[in-house]
Design a protein around this ligand. Structure first.
Ligand code: NAG
Ligand code: NAG
Length: 246
């Protein structure tokens, strides 16, 4: 009996260390624990990973850094200036972490490239999109249109190259005999995405609720306000002013 109990305790013990406390952004509940989503670590750090490791040392050595599906505690300076957990979010600390070491902190989903609404009825499950799909010519175009937040396509307005390295050789856009290829694979680089711009219907009101996202100007320029993939309610909830929606 004692043996069984100690085996059980040994099995349970490592898990009690690991718990994400304080900031639950970029996590999802897996039925037992909050764990990081793929988008939590999908970006690159703005400074070197080695420098980030110095600024944001691992919280619990045995658990390591945030990774998709694990529940390693975030390094504390990623979200707070407090000396111990549990700690409240201090936005200054978070803003600094987001601009330097978003990947190390497991906060990629809150950077501007990853922080936007997905369409109302996506053709695939946005939350399970993998890094491999983000670079796959088969998937990139559909992901950019339906699940831009999954791969950091938020600032691309639904238009990405299906083949990621098109931009390395701009002459491909003009090459005779390559036009069929670039139309399907280098849409962004060669400007082959269809424009969804349509005239805005008059709405009658003259004042609008404030935009709730600071990226609205960028999104509006990329067609967010007129793209029918987003419901009117979604467009109004994020960018009422930029989209002039009453
Ligand atoms: C997510 O981040 C925002 C901004 O830092 C913060 O206000 C909010 O409390 C966080 N949400 C959760 C669930 O931790
Ligand atoms: C939830 O995540 C934890 C931490 O990675 C893992 O140990 C556990 O098996 C997961 N549970 C389920 C039901 O997937």
């Amino acid at each position: 009996m004692i043996a069984i109990v100690s085996v059980l305790l040994a099995l349970l013990a490592p898990q009690t260390n690991a718990l994400i406390s304080g900031d639950l952004n970029c996590t999802t509940y897996n039925g037992t624990f909050f764990v990081y989503t793929p988008a939590a670590t999908a970006c690159s750090n703005a400074i070197s990973d080695a420098s980030c490791a110095v600024l944001y040392p691992v919280a619990v050595a045995a658990d390591g850094y945030p990774m998709p599906n694990n529940n390693a505690e975030r390094p504390r300076p990623c979200y707070t200036s407090a000396a111990a957990t549990p700690a409240a979010i201090v936005q200054d600390m978070k803003t600094a972490a987001l601009s330097s070491c978003a990947k190390t902190c497991g906060l990629c989903c809150q950077t501007s490239a990853y922080n936007c609404p997905n369409v109302a009825f996506p053709r695939l499950t946005c939350s399970t999109i993998t890094r491999t799909q983000c670079t796959s010519p088969q998937w990139r175009t559909i992901i950019a249109q339906d699940c831009p937040s999954a791969c950091g396509f938020c600032n691309d307005g639904g238009c990405v190259d299906a083949v990621p390295d098109c931009a390395n050789d701009l002459s491909v856009c003009q090459a005779v005999g390559m036009q069929e290829f670039v139309n399907t694979n280098c849409q962004k680089t060669c400007q082959r995405c269809s424009s969804t711009t349509t005239a805005r219907s008059g709405t009658g009101c003259t004042s609008f609720a404030a935009d709730s996202s600071s990226n609205c100007r960028n999104w509006a320029a990329n067609g967010f306000c007129t793209n029918t993939f987003y419901t009117i309610a979604q467009r109004r909830a994020y960018c009422a002013t930029s989209c002039t929606l009453c």
